[in-house]
Each structure stands twice: as structure tokens, then as C-alpha cells.
Ligand binder design. Structure first.
Ligand code: SGN
Ligand code: CA
Length: 565
């Protein structure tokens, strides 16, 4: 945002709050606080308000009990930094320019926190941002550099430069948040607070206090853990996020390099180095607790591995994945509880909007996967719980097609601040306050870009309605997929060429064209992003193997088809 637009938007915000006498005063008086809680890669399958098969999250569930749970909330681009950019700008990736994790966020974008700050709100951000630059519009911030570390993390702070804090990241981010609420905030003025966890992001390092319990748990498997990727386009089979093939013994499963060598476990994607890196951050006491919990697993594996079948290895890896992933969520839930307790104890629940969400969903073994990126439900959808005592009826659910694109306008609307006309979402306030008749969206738009890159999920865009998904994988060649969401909830079958769907397919194509026009996306824009990406030399972060040309991708595809791993 340049000075002129900053002045203009600031001015608009002030006009909207103060222009019309009595009404403006009421609004100013009643301006709600906003607490935006977001975790990184938190699958809705791992929140008991959605599904308690895997874990109980009693504190996160409190938000659902106080407010509304959205069953069809989704993201516009299922990856970290682009999702955060969409949330802050209220614009699709192709409009705010943050299409992937690679290119830094364009700070000339107008973000909703800037508008809140201009309108007199106190603003603060703690935790993971992942933008490659500092957030604008915050009175206070303490953010993790890039992905951040689980143990003894560094923080980039607004006032103290870079600091290292001893302890476990989820606890520390909460300490910082509570400290700001108690000691820095002016209780007379409203605030907008972003409380952003690193957990449960890979490499899923849980707090010491949860290690014993979680490394001994056994979890039930999803129906599609052994998906063979037939029946769809090539994209699903080509992705490199299969638990059996791509989840690593060292970096992910915490088998030490020495034990990997002893058993003869193959290294996957430089994972010995990743193990060394994160254990090196632990102090001697933390490392001793870690070793104590994980050496039991190593001892066990030494005995069982030699006779394990591939199927048994897959099951073992899935269970190990769930132990660590869910172990990190145990502390997220505890810490959300600490925050809610604080709000209750200080009489702050009234007139505070509390949102719990994730930057996207995550695969917990569905389709054999971990990670995200695809438009298939588990990563396209994201958890969304919203409490607003007195405004949102407790314990309610909504199946509306809302997106992270809508958050900015929702918060601005709730606070009585004018949203810039080029934001692309819709305010969810009518849905939250029982006026669903004022909500008429029947489809949402999705576009994922980061390819070729880690996990190798092809570029694709899609239209999603309550009943169908029409997906276009377009980078290497044109591949279309049509999923019948009602008849095929596990999303295993492409019916694009099934004559029974000819009419539906034609309708969806028309509707998709309309959405692309509405949101101003186009093939030319996509091509220009590809060109920029290739000029940069692709994605060299992930072990230097992802600078692939189309010819190399075809070669890789040929090998997949021939069954060569
Ligand atoms: C890291 C992870 C990936 C993950 C990306 C993006 N690899 O590179 O598995 O997809 O982050 O995640 S790791 O071995 O380095 O952990 S995101 O949430 O930031 O988008
Ligand atoms: Ca993420």
C-alpha cells in the first residue's frame, strides 16, 4: 500500500466509523475484539468437535460449543504462506501475488490488520507468519523466522530484534500472547489479535510432557490409506507425499541416523540431516527426554523391521505419523485452553470474536498421504470455529461454502470498518448471526501453483459446489477431473468422461469460466506465474532436486507408470 492509498483507506475507515452521529457512536462503543487463532496444518479430522476418532480436543471444542462450526470451510490455495496472504488481503493468490511459499509477500497489498490499526484498534501478532518479511499494521509482533523451530525457537520481534526463547514453541507463543493481553494492551480500546501456532507442522515434534503418552498410542486407519490412485488423472499418483514412499525414517519417524544405519533403513530426502538439525536445537534435558521416549520405538523397530511386509511398514509409518502429529496437537489444545481461561477469568468473552482455524487442512493418511496442496477435501477444507457470545448462537453448525478469502471482510464488517472494494470475499456476519437467507454463494474457486516443487502436486484450479468438483490440472498437460462429492465422498473416481455426467460437466465448465472471470483469473496470468517461476530456476529449497523441466517431469511420470520408485 502506498502512502496515498494508506491515507485513503485509513480515511475511509474513519469516515465509516465516525460519519453518522448516533449510529457511529454505538458502533464505536460496541466494537468487538477479534482473536484469530490459527494453527499450521491442523486437519479438521484432528479436532473432536468435527470427529473424535483420533483425538479429543476439549478446549478447541469449547469454541464450537460457544459458537458456530463450519463443515464446508475451505481455502483458495492449500499451502501455508499463500493462505495467510489470502486471509490478510481478502484476495485470491493471483490478485495478491502470493501464489506459493517461494516468492515473498508483496507488502504493497492492503491487509485487514492495517485497516484495523487505522481505525484505532490495537493490533498484535504472535507466532508463525512465513512471509519472508515482517507484517504491517501491527503495534506489536513476535514472529517465527520462516517455518520456525519447535524447541528453543528464535523470534523476530518488533521491538527487541531477533531473540531466542528457551522452551517449547506452542507454550511460548501462548506466553507471549497472554503477556500482551495482560501487560501491554489498553483495556479501554478494542483489539485485533493474531495468535498463530507453528504446530502441528512437520516434523511434528511434540512437547516433552506428551511424549510418553502419545508414542504409545495406536490409531485407527482411514479407509483410503492404501489408495492405488487408479480411476483419477495422473496427478494423484505422481505426488510425492505418500506415507510409505516419502515419509522418512529419520526426519519424520525420529529414528536416529545411527539406528537407521544399524537396521539398514533407506534415507529419504536428506532426512538424517533434518533429524540432526532439530535435535541439535534441544537442550540436554529436552534431548534426554526425547531419547527416552523414542529409543523405545527404535528398540522395537530393530526387532520387527526385518520381517515386516510393505503393508505392515505402511501401517507402522501411519501410526508413528499419527502419534507425533496428534502429540503436537495435545499442546495446541492445552494452550488454547489457557487463552480461553484467561478470557473467562477477565470477563472478556462478551464482545470478543474468537476464531479457530488452520492455514489449510491436511491428509492424515487419506489417499495414503501426508501434507496438503490438493483440492481433495482433507486439504481443501479447513477447520473453522467461530464464537461471538451474544451474536452467534451456541452450538450451531453451518454447511455454507465459506473460505479463508472471506475472513478479512467478515472481521471488517463485524468491527464496522469499510472493506476496500477490491477485496474478493464476502462477510460471513449474516451466516454467523442467523441470517443465512442473505448468503447465496453456490460455488467457490481454488487455484494451487507450487509445482514442480516438494511433494510434486501438479498445478490445478477448480470449481467446488456442494455436489461436485471440476478440477483442471494444467501444467504438464491438460487433465480434467470431475468428482461427484455426494456419491463419491472419498473422492476416488473421476467421472469427467462418463456420459451420464455430460450435462453436469457442461454446466460446471460454464460456472467455472464465470468464476474465473469474476475473480479475474486467466490462463495468461497462470502462464506468467510459470514463467516467473522458471526464470527463478524453480524451487531449489527442497534438497535441490526440484528444478525440473517438463521433459524431466515426463520422465518421472514414465517411471511412475512403469512402477519404478
Ligand atoms: C516444509 C515441509 C513440507 C511442507 C512445506 C510447506 N518439509 O518444506 O513437507 O509441505 O514445508 O509447508 S520439511 O521436511 O522441511 O518439514 S507449509 O505449511 O509451510 O506450506
Ligand atoms: Ca501450513
Amino acid at each position: 500500500m502506498n502512502k496515498y492509498t494508506s491515507f485513503l483507506f485509513g480515511g475511509l475507515a474513519l469516515i465509516s466509523v465516525f460519519s453518522c452521529g448516533q449510529k457511529a457512536e454505538e458502533k464505536a462503543e460496541g466494537r468487538p475484539n477479534i482473536i484469530f487463532i490459527m494453527s499450521d496444518d491442523h486437519a479438521y479430522q484432528a479436532i473432536s468437535a468435527y470427529d473424535n476418532t483420533l483425538i479429543e480436543t476439549p478446549n478447541i471444542d469449547r469454541i464450537a460449543e460457544m459458537g458456530m462450526l463450519f463443515t464446508q470451510a475451505s481455502v483458495t490455495n492449500s499451502i501455508c504462506a499463500p493462505s495467510r496472504a489470502t486471509i490478510l488481503t481478502g484476495k485470491h493468490s493471483h490478485m495478491n501475488g502470493k501464489i506459493d511459499n517461494l516468492f515473498p509477500f508483496d507488502t504493497t497489498n492492503v491487509t485487514f490488520p492495517q485497516l484495523f490499526q487505522d481505525a484505532g484498534y490495537q493490533t498484535a501478532m504472535f507466532g508463525k507468519l512465513h512471509f519472508g518479511n515482517n507484517p504491517k499494521g501491527f503495534d506489536q509482533f513476535k514472529i517465527l523466522p520462516g517455518q520456525g523451530s519447535y524447541y528453543n525457537p528464535d523470534f523476530i520481534t518488533k521491538n527487541e530484534g531477533e531473540i531466542k526463547v528457551e522452551g517449547y514453541v506452542t507454550d511460548i507463543i501462548t506466553d507471549m500472547t497472554l503477556d500482551w493481553l495482560s501487560n501491554e494492551r489498553n483495556p479501554e480500546e478494542p483489539f485485533m489479535l493474531m495468535y498463530l501456532h507453528k504446530a502441528p507442522h512437520r516434523a511434528w515434534l511434540m512437547a516433552e510432557r506428551h511424549m510418553d503418552e502419545y508414542t504409545n498410542k495406536t490409531f485407527s486407519q482411514p479407509a483410503t490409506l492404501f489408495d492405488d490412485y487408479s480411476g483419477r488423472t495422473k496427478a494423484a499418483g505422481e505426488a510425492e507425499m505418500n506415507i510409505f514412499d516419502h515419509m522418512s525414517w529419520g526426519g519424520d519417524h525420529k529414528i536416529s541416523p545411527a539406528v537407521m544405519d544399524e537396521i539398514g533403513l533407506p534415507e529419504i530426502g536428506g532426512d538424517k540431516r533434518r533429524y540432526e538439525n532439530y535435535t541439535a536445537r534441544m537442550n540436554p534435558e529436552q534431548k534426554a527426554n526425547f531419547d527416552k521416549a523414542y529409543s523405545k520405538i527404535e528398540e522395537d523397530l530393530k526387532k520387527t523391521y526385518p520381517s515386516m511386509t510393505d503393508e505392515e511398514i505402511m501401517s507402522w509409518k501411519y501410526n508413528r505419523y499419527m502419534q507425533d502429529y496428534l502429540g503436537t496437537i495435545a499442546s495446541v489444545d492445552e494452550n488454547v485452553g489457557r487463552l480461553l481461561d484467561y478470557l473467562e477469568a477477565n470477563d472478556m468473552m462478551d464482545n470478543t470474536i474468537i476464531v479457530y482455524t488452520s492455514d489449510q487442512g491436511f491428509y492424515l493418511g487419506e489417499h495414503g498421504w501426508f501434507d496438503k496442496r490438493f483440492v481433495y477435501d482433507e486439504s481443501f477444507k479447513t477447520p473453522l470455529l467461530v464464537a461471538w457470545p451474544g451474536k452467534v448462537k451456541p452450538g450451531t453448525r453451518s454447511d455454507a461454502l465459506v473460505q479463508n478469502l472471506d475472513f478479512a471482510q467478515t472481521f471488517l464488517d463485524a468491527a464496522g470498518i469499510e472493506a476496500p472494494s477490491d477485496m474478493q470475499g464476502e462477510s460471513m456476519v449474516p451466516l454467523l448471526t442467523g441470517h443465512e437467507d442473505q448468503w447465496d454463494r453456490d460455488a467457490v474457486y481454488y487455484h494451487y501453483y507450487e509445482y514442480p516443487a516438494e511433494h510434486m502436486v501438479n498445478r490445478h484450479y477448480a470449481i467446488i459446489t456442494q455436489d461436485y468438483k471440476l478440477i483442471h490440472y494444467y501444467y504438464v498437460e491438460d487433465e480434467w477431473e470431475l468428482i461427484d462429492r455426494k456419491k463419491d465422498p472419498l473422492e476416488l473416481k473421476n467421472v469427467y468422461d462418463d456420459p451420464a455426467y455430460a450435462e453436469i460437466r457442461a454446466d460446471l465448465h460454464k460456472h467455472l469460466d464465470g468464476l474465473r472471470e469474476k475473480y479475474q483469473d486467466s490462463q495468461e496470468l497462470s502462464d506468467s506465474f510459470i514463467q516467473r517461476y522458471m526464470e527463478r530456476g524453480g524451487d531449489d529449497r527442497a534438497f535441490g532436486v526440484h528444478r525440473q523441466t517438463k521433459a524431466e517431469i515426463f520422465e518421472r511420470r514414465r517411471k511412475v507408470e512403469e512402477g519404478v520408485k
